[in-house]
Design a binder for this molecule. Sequence first.
Ligand code: AHR
Length: 678
Amino acid sequence: MSMKTITICALFAGAVAILRGQSAGPVVLQIKADQVAAHVSPMLYGLMTEEINYSYDGGLYAELVRNRSFREDPKEPVHWQLVQEGGGTGSMALDPAQPFNDAIATSLKLTVSQAAGKQRVGIANDGFWGIPVRPNTRYHASFYAKADAGFTGPLTVAIASTSTSASTGSEGATVHASGQVARVTGSWKKYEVNLTTGKAAVSADNRLVISAGSPGTVWFSMVSLFPPAFNNRPNGFRKDIMQLLADMKPAFLRFPGGNYLEGNTIETRFDWKKTIGDISQRPGHMNDGWRYWSSDGMGLLEFLNWCEDLHVEPLLAVYAGYSMRQVRVTPGPDLEPYVKDALDEIEYVTGAASTTWGARRAKDGHAAPFKLQYVEVGNEDNFDRQAGSYDGRFAQFFDAIKAKYPQLQVIATMKVNGRTPDVIDEHYYRRSEDEMASHAHDYDSRPRTGPKIFVGEWATRVGEPTPNMSAALGDAAWMTGMERNSDLVIMSCYAPLFVNVNPGGMQWKTDLIGYDTLSSYGSPAYYAQKMFSLNHGDVVLPVTAQGIPTREWQPPAPGRRGGAAAAPPQPPPALPPVQQAPTLFVNATRDSKTGTIYLKVVNRAGSPQPVRVELSGLASVQAKGEAITLSAASPEETNSITEPAKIAPVTTTVDGLGATFTRAFPPYSITVLQMKGK
Ligand code: AHR
């Protein structure tokens, strides 16, 4: 650790001046508590989401049946098994000759050849890494079916264990809950059964079984099973994950991507009109950007309902005529249908029930329009290699949106020529804590003359599947910079938000919240964000810092973000020169209504850091305050599905505060110090 010769940097925003001194003493922070360096944007801390790492199917979307409409693989009914118990026999196959409807042009055919007495033949779904069973819980099962003339029923619907019963030796012998459909007719019809567990132990090694006890043929489609969802919403969301999000008190939700918005091709984009209405009419689509099937159960209205449940604003990203395999639509008449789609989408979100798409939303179950302020045109259009492509596409969307919805703020995904976006979305994925920390002062010197900034994706990519404490320290350093410059950086959201930690669940490493079939947890970076989101005032206070320690770090060779797929072997590129990065980061804000001062201190070093705080401009500062501290014994420490809260914030009452005081901040720690002054 070194204390550097005095130089002044980062003066632009006026919020923090770092005076690097040779002082061996404590860091000195001079905080002007009666002055305003900037205002904190009320939209600063939000969430970003897309279908990646099984975020919805197998994640937030509470549906428990995987491949429910049998479209995941055109050749075979993946995730479905034939059940033959007690000597019963039969077969199961996809049957495109018996389409379910125009959207789902196949079905699953079950042929029961032999079943009598205790014999049973049926179909079983193994869910997303199993089906969670909890005691005394009511599940809602539903499916569409039709039968040939030889079969009328009944069908038994059950949630049963996949493990072999010790007593009978037969699969599925432990039935946790079951119900019956008495009669199946010869034309497609929906059947619904409630399944209630008793004293069952919590388990994931279960499956949904629909079986018959007599011969005949039955076709199935849209087989669904829901546990109780957050706010009891039908077609709703997993409770534990929603609670983790609600606890962050975010301001907005950016959806539906990300790469998921664009798809590899135009056909595999997020085509919102195919994601609304009854789930039995949604075809689903191949999420080729992240290489797995999307049921589209999480459709446009579900995203909006999700916002409503969290009390956050939607930040709607519209498809902008570019897909990731360098497929683009030429501006002009060719692009017009996509621009119209975007206008229709905005009408679906915001229009009165008297408008065409507002009426459709009302028919889909939500009469009231949603509040919408921000619309983003595309995603990461800097990857479009055709020069000027985004300029033309953006201009066409921008003009059309502004003409019909002048009140909307339009976000561009990169710098554009020809139009001035209201906001520009910038993405920062950093490969190490030092790298992220070394950028924490970037916005201090950004000119305030251009559009506002939305940091729509960012993360310190250290740790997998979820970030460790080192990543949280890098993130927290970065957040002090965004918060200090929140007059310019008006919104931010980490990405990706979710990962299913089961084998094969992760496509992108370092994700904020992890879960498996039964439980979920927040990473240290999750807690760092929660601390920032819950503890800030409305004004940034000017801070002068002296004696900020630094450490050497080796910047990586230039390359595309951390964790990208390995490139073919090449000579190692020259490394940039070694640099110094601060190990201490601070920001101070005040709530002008309550007078509470929030001092955030990030100590990345492995030893306690004494800090002398000098508050000016206040008549008095209360001696007692509160410290919320997130710390770890080493930067590598982390949370996991088995140790979900190993690293979690601890709140303590502190004494000895005042207009001047000295306090030691623990090694590897993030602290919010709450002080009351007048
Ligand atoms: O967050 C993962 C991906 O990173 C997003 O889908 C994309 O926008 C970015 O490249």
